[in-house]
Design a protein around this ligand. Structure first.
Ligand code: MCA
Ligand code: AMP
Length: 504
């Protein structure tokens, strides 16, 4: 096959004038029209001199055009590298440099700020705006609407997704065509996606959830998506009656439940609600069922592995569990100290193996060796157990990670910045319960002897470097941090002490 991922996701639909994207204003983009744009974008990148294997970094608003850039990368054999639109220039510099991107696509409003970064990294800068305008789009308008798909094998890279590390440095997870394709095929099958599905899509498309899980599954099934720029409760409530399925992070579902207009009637025709990226509270699952009669289907995945487990489509969807291993995926629970498989029912680290598991971290062979075993098992950093019925329960994390509204935040990155602030001796960043985002960020600071750190000035300094969602909602000054006998900060004690701090 010439290009397995392109052929299965996009090529299959050439010439189909059936809806692919329904936009909020009522416009519809068909599969065929979408593919024409994909081809035009692929021509622009070829004219820029990009060749198979080159990386394309993009920080652009969610739009049909942004999704077409992904398609164009697949068709051209380029490696797609989507970046969170909330990232500051300081955060972006690392990704563009580390990936060796040859093209960096951004919004025109940020072009001036990002030009030095692109130039420093040797990447060409081009613009694509939320409304589909920009010099990249202008260059595409005159291009032919078909493109000779570049040959690729399943082992070739299709995407780089950066995932933060416990040391503070982000790691580029290299995902192959096979990784993405195997997962898309499996998910479409187990969740019964078909050409008649209409997925309500309000997730960002710079992460696995909105890009691969939602979009790839719809593409492979030949279905369509109500493609919204972001989660807006009013819009979701008004458009839900036109959808058959929805995917979201738990915050989507708690926000829906907070609105009395979200009723059994409104959700009556829906076929499936899927949740992931963060733990769905069992109480949310039950409240959702009581309100609508639907049992949310919870699944579990990671950037490095796509999806690993899912509650069943038929069978019991059990609240508080992430279900069973997906077909073709092996899951085992091991002792973190020895790596030995633990007896069934015991809590240990979750390891996974399958065609969905990535190829390794870009330019980080040591990190790859630490987390991806030679036998193909990936050490997820999540802690869990498998019950008698084979369902996986995630009980915690072996990694210092905060998940806020489905976004992952690594405390180390924030601690490194806090420790550099005037008057700060040391810091600990923790996640505490938050009604809307599940968890949110709090920074605990210890002052240097005799110093009084200016907390407002520290907040301002952080806002210049860190995306808004990573910024601590509160900074608290304490005399010292609790430590164990090994000198390690006991974050569990801090989390207990401050668990109510963001509750109002
Ligand atoms: C926005 N803000 C946030 C978050 N989102 N703060 C903390 N955590 C967040 N997640 C900030 C905004 O900058 C704003 O700041 C303030 O909070 C309120 O914004 P609001 O309008 O309420 O936010 P929103 O635009 O409604 O966004 C909330 C959201 C969004 C809908 C939950 O964050 C979202 O779409 N999350 C999904 C993330 C996702 O797709 N994760 C998948 C990762 P200010 O007021 O100061 O301006 S993939 C993954 O994890 C794996 C592989 C998996 O299994 O799927
Ligand atoms: P990411 O860094 O975006 O790849 O996030 C992956 C992490 O999100 C996993 O290692 C889990 O800790 C968490 N995660 C994803 N889905 C779920 C879920 N359904 N329940 C609990 N945690 C989840």
């Amino acid at each position: 096959m010439a290009n397995p991922l392109f052929d299965a996701l996009f090529g299959l639909h050439s010439g189909k004038e059936t809806p692919f994207l329904h936009l909020a204003g009522g416009a519809v983009i068909t599969h065929a029209a979408f593919l024409r744009q994909v081809a035009q974008f692929a021509h622009v990148m070829a004219e820029m001199g990009l060749v198979a294997g080159d990386r394309v970094a993009v920080q652009i608003a969610k739009s049909p055009e942004a999704l077409a850039v992904y398609g164009a990368c697949v068709q051209s054999g380029l490696v797609f590298l989507p970046l969170n639109t909330a990232y500051t220039p300081e955060e972006l510099r690392y990704f563009v440099e580390d990936s060796g991107a040859r093209l960096f696509l951004c919004d025109a409003a940020r072009a001036e700020a990002l030009a030095p970064i692109a130039a420093g990294a040797g990447a060409r800068l081009s613009t694509l705006n939320a409304d589909g305008s920009g010099d990249f789009a202008t260059a595409a308008a005159a291009q032919p609407s078909d493109f000779a798909t570049v040959e690729r094998s399943g082992d070739d890279l299709a995407a780089f997704l950066y995932t933060s590390g416990t040391t503070g440095r982000s790691k580029g997870a290299m995902l192959t065509q096979t990784n993405l394709l195997a997962n898309a095929r499996t998910l479409a099958e187990v969740w019964r996606f078909s050409a008649s599905d209409v997925l309500l899509h309000a997730l960002p498309i710079f992460h696995t959830h909105g890009l691969f899980v939602a979009s790839n599954v719809t593409l492979i099934a030949g279905g369509s998506m109500i493609f919204l720029p972001k989660f807006d409760l009013e819009e979701i409530i008004s458009l839900l009656p036109r959808a058959t399925t929805m995917m979201g992070v738990p915050t989507f579902y708690t926000r829906l439940l907070s609105d009395p207009r979200f009723t059994a009637d409104l959700a009556a025709h829906m076929r499936l609600f899927i949740s992931g990226s963060a733990p769905l509270l069992a109480e949310t699952h039950r409240e959702f069922e009581a309100r609508t009669g639907h049992r949310i289907l919870e699944r579990y995945g990671m950037t490095e592995t796509n999806m690993n487990t899912s509650n069943p489509y038929d069978g019991d969807r059990i609240a508080g569990t992430v279900g069973l291993p997906l077909p073709g995926v092996e899951v085992k629970i091991t002792d973190p100290a020895t790596g030995e498989t633990l007896p069934s029912g015991e809590i240990g680290q979750i390891e996974v193996r399958g065609p969905n598991v990535f190829k390794g971290y870009w330019n980080m062979p040591e990190k790859t060796r630490e987390e991806l075993r030679e036998n193909g098992f990936f050490i997820t950093g999540d802690l869990g157990r498998i019950d008698e019925a084979g369902y996986i329960h995630i009980v915690g994390r072996n990694k210092d990670l905060i998940i806020s509204g489905g976004y992952n935040i690594y405390p180390k990155e924030i601690e490194l910045l806090l420790d550099d602030q005037p008057g700060v001796l040391e810091s600990a960043v923790i996640g505490v319960p938050h009604a809307d985002f599940g968890e949110s960020v709090v920074g605990i600071l210890v002052a240097k002897p005799g110093a009084t750190p200016d907390l407002a000035a520290i907040k301002t300094a952080l806002s210049a470097s860190l995306a808004r969602f990573k910024q601590p909602q509160k900074l608290i000054l304490v005399p010292d941090l609790p430590r164990n006998t090994m000198g390690k900060v006991q974050k569990n004690l801090l989390r207990n002490a401050y668990q109510d701090i963001l509750k109002t």
